[in-house]
Design a protein around this ligand. Structure first.
Ligand SMILES: Cc1cc2nc3c(=O)[nH]c(=O)nc-3n(C[C@H](O)[C@H](O)[C@H](O)COP(=O)(O)O)c2cc1C
Length: 173
């Protein structure tokens, strides 16, 4: 891990402890930009909330430390061939062994956002199954965006980000 990345991760943990700040990890993969738009809308919703910070990371750059250190995780993936994006699966493959029995991720609040051409249910089911394996806790209904990203769906993602951040700060999740 680069020292800058280590420094950022430590700073986030210190901020969380000192200021009880909600730190929402938003991980994504995107090839043509749809999933990234949804992930960015979640980030905007989190950032709109007082005392909350969002960390937007491509799934390939996210680490076990990020998952351990955050207050909640939002997994954003396109559906490719009836599955999640390879980069998202790779994040799970890289971190599962380290985290599966770690108390720091037990009941970690999570939520899923899928971008799909016309379905999205299979990618969602696979991600949720894996999240159950980590013993994460689902805190919101998933959002599936079918087809082009609309203003309406971006608003839903924004609201989701806000709801998660406010819920964490209020101790609801
Ligand atoms: C290789 C590939 C496989 C895909 N497979 C599916 C699929 O199984 N089901 C579906 O609904 N859409 C499928 N799509 C459509 C994408 O899910 C959709 O275009 C999505 O918005 C892409 O997100 P992105 O722009 O973040 O990459 C596929 C697209 C690609 C490129």
């Amino acid at each position: 891990m680069l020292w800058q990345e280590k420094h950022r991760a430590c700073a986030a943990v210190v901020k969380r402890i000192l200021f009880a700040m909600a730190e929402i990890l938003v991980v994504f993969h995107s090839q043509t930009g749809n999933t990234k738009k949804l992930a960015r809308a979640v980030v905007s919703g989190v950032e709109e909330t007082e005392n909350a910070h969002a960390m937007l990371k491509h799934a390939s750059d996210a680490t076990a430390r990020d998952i351990k250190g955050c207050s909640a995780i939002v997994v954003c993936s396109p559906e490719y061939f009836g599955y999640m994006a390879g980069a998202v699966k790779d994040l799970f493959d890289r971190t599962y062994e380290e985290l599966k029995d770690d108390a720091a991720v037990y009941k970690k609040p999570y939520c899923v956002i899928i971008s799909a051409g016309n379905d999205g249910t299979l990618a969602l089911a696979h991600i949720e199954r894996i999240c159950t394996g980590y013993r994460f806790k689902k805190i919101q209904h998933p959002i599936i965006c079918k087809g082009p990203v609309t203003e309406e769906i971006l608003t839903k993602c924004f609201d989701l980000g806000m709801t998660i951040a406010e819920g964490i700060n209020a101790g609801i999740f």
